[in-house]
Design a protein around this ligand. Sequence first.
Ligand SMILES: Cc1cc2nc3c(=O)[nH]c(=O)nc-3n(C[C@H](O)[C@H](O)[C@H](O)COP(=O)(O)O)c2cc1C
Ligand code: SF4
Length: 434
Amino acid sequence: MQGYTTDIDCYLRHGGYAAFRKALTMEPAAIREEVRVSGLRGRGGAGFPTGVKWSFLDRKSGKPVYLIVNADESEPGTFKDRRLIYHDPHQIIEGTLIAARAIEARRVFIYVRGEFQNGARILERAAAEAAQHGFCLTDKDGASIAIVVHRGGGCYVCGEETGLIESLEGKRGTPRLKPPFFPAVLGLYQCPTIVNNVETLAQVRRVLEIGGATFAKTGAPGDTGTHLWGVSGLVRRPGLYEIEAGAATIGELLHDLCGGPLAGRTFKALIPGGSSTKILKFGERFTGKLPNGTAFDWKLEDVPLDAVSLTASGSSLGTGGMIVMDDSVEMIQALANLNAFYAHESCGQCTPCREGSLWLARITRRIIRGGGHMEDVALLGSIADQIAGRSICAHGEAAAWPVQSAVAKFGDEYIESIRRSASGTPSPFALRLV
Ligand SMILES: Cc1cc2nc3c(=O)[nH]c(=O)nc-3n(C[C@H](O)[C@H](O)[C@H](O)COP(=O)(O)O)c2cc1C
Ligand code: SF4
């Protein structure tokens, strides 16, 4: 927006902190109820209902409750949280203060990805401004909420909530076993803790602004509110687009908003929700029934942009970081790129993830270097099958899902790539990714 700045005066001029003031007039349980009724699902990737998560908090232990804002955002293809931080930090701080009041947390940590130096500074300033304006004083007795901005070391797995908690405690960011370490019971310093994504907390502010029941009427069945779609890759107008859940299809986003494919190109594949969601192929058809019984028969362009529809099409909404590939991309190169990332980021605790992600990366690298074998495609699928569901955290699935879906959908092209690179024939694909 023209003239919109990150300082609190600008935010207040646009109605900022009105939702927080409203929250101050409500009991914490009533705020939690508004969020439950809203049907808001977390925006950090897993899409878990926020109100339900808050209801898991152990309130009987008498230990302090912590709120952690997950601003690690390391998922490839995802850039929504950093845009919110850079352009509207007070929306995050306001949502955070509402959430802290709701769950009765007195101390909040905003865990920012290490590389976001500027983002951390912006958030620190916004938190200080909120405190100066008295917004951190929440109760009649003068109890206050302290917000600490903490920069991580720049590691993907520290975005996983228990890895994040370990890192915040000053240890190596290795994810914890669940059970027993569900953060709502045994989180930061073994105290009840809620970890929420940046965008989720911005949505919490909106829930309070319009009320849970009204929020629940927006969006699509099973997925309320709006989503930020961060579109990157081979489209004419990549960028961040906010769309009410289910109000547009993949085709409308890519053609009407993003301007369609680059000149002379056609769309080939996309990863809808950050690199760890399953790859979708243009030309695929999806048929079946939604959980509410509605029958569907979609081509990829027809799939509505909401969590339920994307799950029905065999992928997921994830973080809304949509990576678009066209016919200049050789799919084995795209996969080699992803595999290299997951092998690098595995924390190494679980053998299937540590060894499996490394072998996936090695095999795809040797294919593109001309040393592939025909059986490598099946081997990739089989290794991925042995990782998924056999690891401590969802990094295992994140490494396996792109491979499983890519092998199923682009296996024939991979065989061609193996044959061609082994014979030394130059690639017909224009784009070199690796
Ligand atoms: C490997 C891995 C990395 C993750 N990275 C992030 C991240 O950068 N930001 C985030 O909000 N959630 C991330 N998550 C999800 C978090 O574990 C957690 O589900 C989320 O922060 C909860 O917030 P929400 O309920 O508001 O969605 C990651 C999960 C995994 C398995
Ligand atoms: S799945 Fe991978 S990243 Fe997650 S704990 Fe196991 S080894 Fe570490």
